[in-house]
Structure formats: C-alpha cells, structure tokens
Design a protein around this ligand. Structure first.
Ligand code: COA
Length: 364
C-alpha cells in the first residue's frame, strides 16, 4: 500500500470500521472499501408516528417497538418529546416510554428540540439512553418551518440547551445537521452550506465545553445524490476527522439506497433508517400546485431498514439484524398504520427462501 493510499484510507476509517479486505492482503486498499459492520439506528417509531394521519394507539406503538427490539437492532428511536400541538402523533410519548419494558441488547432513544423536551426526557432516564444533541440546519427557511426559529435564534437556543443538558447530567456529544443536502424551500444547497452548519455546531460545542463524537448529516427532504453524499462526507471528514459520521437519508425519488451505498463506500458506518420506509418530516411539505411530478403532497420516508440490511449483508457488511424478523416487523407496521409502505424488500422478501434447495434438488 502506498503512503498516499494509506493516507486516504485512514482519512475515511470510522471508529468501528474495519476493512473488508485485510491490510496485508497484498492488493491495494481502495477508498471504496466497505466497513466490516454498520450500526443501524431504527427510527421507524419516532419518524413514522410523527407523520401518519389518524390516531394510532399507545399499545400499537409499543407493539411495533417490541417487534423491532426482537430483530437484534441495537438502538431504536422510540418517540419525540415535542409540542403535541405541532406533532399530535407524539402527544402520548410519555405514555409510550412508561409502558416500554427494557430489552437486553437494545437502547431506546428519543428526540427533542427545546427545554420542555429535555425536562420530559429526563423523567425517563431509567429507560432511555439520553444523548445531548446540537441541532443545526443548513437552510434558513427549513429552520423556520421546522423549529420556528431563525438560524440565529437557533444558535442561541442550542447554546441554552447545551447548558440545560449539562445541568441535567446529559452529555452533549452529537451534532445533527438537518437539510444538509438540499431543501424544498431554499432549493439546492452547497457543500459549504452543510459545512457551515457543522461549524456552527462545533463552535457551540467548543464554547460549552462539549466533546463531539458524532456528526449526523440528514437529507431531510430527499435531495441528495450519491456524488453529493461523497463530496459532503469527504469534506466533513477532512475538516473534522475525529467524530464518526452518521447518515440520515430520506428516499423521495428512489436515490435513498444509492446514497447509502455512496456513504458506505466512504466508510460511513452509522445510519438512521426506518422499518418499511416509514416517516417523513411534516414541516418539509411545500405547498406546490399539483403537477405531473406530484409536488410534495407527502414528505418522504426514510430509507427502509430492511433495504439497507439486505444491501449491507449482500455486500459482506454485518448489521447484527435478523432480516426475516425485520420484514415481519415491517408487515406489522403496515397493519398498524393501515396502508402499504414503500420498501421493496417488504414486497420481494429476502433471498434466503430462494437459497434453500428445492424439494427435487434435496432428493437428488
Ligand atoms: N413538549 C410538550 N409541549 C411543548 C413542547 C414540548 N417539547 N414544546 C412546546 N410545547 C408546547 C408549548 O408549551 C405550547 O403550548 P401552549 O400553546 O399550550 O402554550 C405549544 O406546544 C406550542 O409551542 P410552540 O409555539 O411551537 O413553541 P416552542 O417555541 O415552545 O417550541 C418547537 C418550538 C420547534 C421546539 C416545537 O414547536 C416543536 O417541538 N415542534 C416539533 C418539531 C418536530 O417534531 N419536527 C419533526 C422532526 S424533525
């Protein structure tokens, strides 16, 4: 391996990433080598129940979370502690967490954006893994739409929330950038827009004495393409080499799984996904006249967990997740919400059934 290749390889290696091909195999290690394993955070409950119309019972939400916990997924984002006036689907977040029983090997997490959210989350600290997150946004109008603050106001809010997290004994270790790849309201965003949003978060962390171990880049509205994922991830990694990078991808136009693959090829080993492709941000919808392209009548869901698991495992990347159990959980999600979900793997099933010998082959 030449020094130049080694340098690139080191630049892209994630903390838990191991090369698929051993370093001493004699062949050059390429920047496109995939991680040996990935960590998937299942966000189906939180993402899905924030957008699905109609009342979904607390018991059904807990039923889905339990089914997901039985798939082997290590982390499940189970709810949002947000304004029930803005997100009625999560008015019962406290009841959901109270009903959950701890499951060995599964961490439960939650999402919040303000002091009231922190207060509510802390009540459940025996059940939830609480991670203080600095939320930044690469687009001014999406910040207004989702968080009801300007970017400048959000910087102040995030400084205050860092202090509130620390006062509550919650470490602040993550920066999450919303709309990092494009925005339904602002249109195309540049790599610099994403970098500036990370920089804002890093500045707030430094001023608060917080040490950042993870930078999450969210394609909240499904604008990313694989080349852009490579560019943004590469720039973020070169500028901040230490924190792990997480991708949170939505799948509006079929590029979601290609974007995930681009991330994998850059050594990204942490992904947020949702079972069946549940989800979507209710504040991402821009009221366009309906046209042949359908506009944005519904916000896009995330890349489906079972699609990423299939992609990873067929590519020799471990996930620790039982695909058959995940597919069952996807069908359960469909029965709970009362309609089909976009995941192709829910329709096509896994490949394992077809790898069994037919009865004729077994006899001969
Ligand atoms: N938990 C419970 N209630 C909350 C709350 C929380 N975390 N945050 C706000 N509220 C309440 C407020 O007290 C207020 O109630 P009131 O009208 O009875 O006084 C009401 O919800 C509306 O609050 P809002 O005007 O939105 O102001 P805010 O500045 O306090 O909160 C947000 C701003 C963005 C934090 C809040 O609107 C929110 O959580 N929005 C949802 C964002 C979201 O989930 N996006 C999708 C995921 S990306």
């Amino acid at each position: 391996m030449t020094d130049a290749v080694a340098l690139h390889y080191d630049a892209f290696i994630d903390d838990e990433m191991k090369p698929v091909r051993p370093l001493d195999s004699g062949s050059p290690v390429l920047m496109t080598d995939l991680p040996a394993r990935i960590q998937i955070t299942e966000e189906g409950p939180r993402e899905g129940f924030q957008i699905e119309p109609g009342l979904i019972s607390t018991a059904d939400k807990v039923r889905l979370i339990k089914a997901l916990a039985n798939t082997g997924v290590a982390t499940i984002q189970v709810c949002s502690f947000v304004s029930p006036a803005r997100v009625p689907g999560w008015a019962d977040a406290d009841a959901v967490v109270s009903t959950l029983a701890p499951t060995v090997g599964t961490r439960y997490t939650a999402l919040w954006f303000n002091a009231k959210g922190i207060e509510r989350a802390v009540v459940h600290r025996d059940k939830l893994a609480l991670v203080g997150t600095i939320h930044t946004v690469a687009s001014e109008p999406f910040c207004q739409s989702n968080l009801r603050r300007s970017l400048a106001q959000n910087r102040i809010a995030m400084r205050e929330q860092c202090a509130a997290h620390q006062a509550a004994g919650i470490g602040v270790s993550k920066i999450s950038v919303m709309a990092a790849f494009g925005c339904n309201f602002a249109g195309d965003l540049s790599v610099d827009d994403a970098l500036n949003a990370v920089e804002d978060g890093m500045q707030i962390a430094a001023d608060s004495g917080a040490s950042i171990s993870e930078i999450a880049l969210a394609d909240t509205m499904g604008w990313a393409n694989p080349g852009q994922v490579r560019r943004v991830v590469s720039e973020v990694r070169s500028r901040w080499p230490t924190p792990a990078i997480r991708l949170h991808l939505h799948d509006t136009r079929g590029l979601g799984i290609a974007n995930a693959y681009a991330g994998l090829c850059c050594g990204v080993s942490r992904f947020d996904t949702t079972v069946g492709g549940l989800g979507g941000c209710p504040f991402a919808v821009r009221d366009l006249p309906a046209g042949r392209d359908g506009g944005h009548a519904m916000p896009p869901g995330n890349i489906a967990s079972e699609e990423l698991v299939l992609l990873a495992e067929e590519s020799g990347v471990e996930t620790g997740i039982d695909l058959e159990a995940l597919i069952d959980a996807g069908h359960l999600a469909e029965s709970i919400i009362g309609h089909t979900l976009p995941s192709a793997v829910l329709r096509g099933g896994s490949l394992s059934r077809f790898r069994q010998p037919t009865s004729q082959q077994a006899v001969s």
